[in-house]
Design a binder for this molecule. Structure first.
Ligand code: SF4
Length: 236
């Protein structure tokens, strides 16, 4: 993940390109590619990735700014066709923020119906209950270091189950302490598998590993395997 420097402050409306949500049978797609799942419980597994365009947040450490604009509209049928060339039945919807688009639940259902294991990565700012049963929801809670923790939709915690995953991307010790307090306050350890990731090239994984072990928290340390393999190359 790269530091973004100073991004312009935009309203939510300005951050969502015109036309979003007007065609529920279509979504705007930045890229579709085949890679190694770099995070979550599927880390290390082959996975087709469908990156949807646009995000209404601006995390300080965002590594996918190239997905904020552009893209092309695709139907579920177009996407299923594009996925056929990849030898996998695992697919992840990511972004940007996939839940900004009204067509995403419909797309997720089409992928489930086609026999895919469907993962989705979401910032946690949108309502995750719109997704069909069977989708593995990998939801962020934004720590203060992201600059977007005020956007966390806390009601989403009620929807998470043991078949989902809750991810914290941490920049420093203050973020880590915030995470521990948040997990305790909402009793999250028993509710949903926890993932913890260091911001790439900002917080060293060995430091986070030491904090995690000392805390006794039962969380999975992620180190973004795809970046270990390919660096920050888009489409990987
Ligand atoms: S939610 Fe994800 S895509 Fe959006 S700004 Fe944050 S890191 Fe980037």
């Amino acid at each position: 993940m790269g530091e973004t420097g100073s991004l312009p402050v935009l309203s939510t409306a300005e951050r969502v390109p015109e036309g979003y949500g007007q065609w529920p049978d279509k979504v705007r797609v930045t890229e579709i590619f085949f890679s190694i799942q770099g995070e979550s419980s599927a880390m290390g597994m082959p996975c087709a990735m469908v990156r949807l365009t646009g995000c209404n947040l601006r995390c300080s450490w965002c590594d996918t700014e190239y997905s904020f604009k552009g893209g092309q509209f695709m139907t579920s049928a177009n996407i299923l066709e594009a996925l056929q060339k990849y030898p996998t039945r695992r697919v992840e919807l990511t972004g940007g923020e996939p839940l900004l688009q009204k067509g995403t639940p419909q797309l997720a259902q089409a992928l489930l119906d086609a026999g895919y294991t469907v993962l989705i990565e979401t910032s946690g700012e949108r309502d995750i209950s719109v997704l069909p049963t069977g989708v593995r929801r990998i939801m962020d809670l934004k720590a203060p270091g992201s600059g977007e923790s005020h956007r966390n939709r806390w009601e989403n915690l009620e929807h998470l189950t043991t078949t989902d995953e809750l991810k914290f991307v941490l920049k420093d010790r203050a973020d880590f302490d915030w995470m521990v307090q948040t997990v305790e306050k909402h009793q999250l350890e028993a509710k949903v598998p926890l993932l913890v990731s260091p911001v790439y090239q900002v917080l060293h994984p060995s430091l986070l590993a030491e904090w995690l072990l000392a805390s006794g928290l039962d969380a999975r340390l992620n180190i973004q395997m795809h970046k270990t393999i390919w660096g920050e190359e888009p489409g990987r």
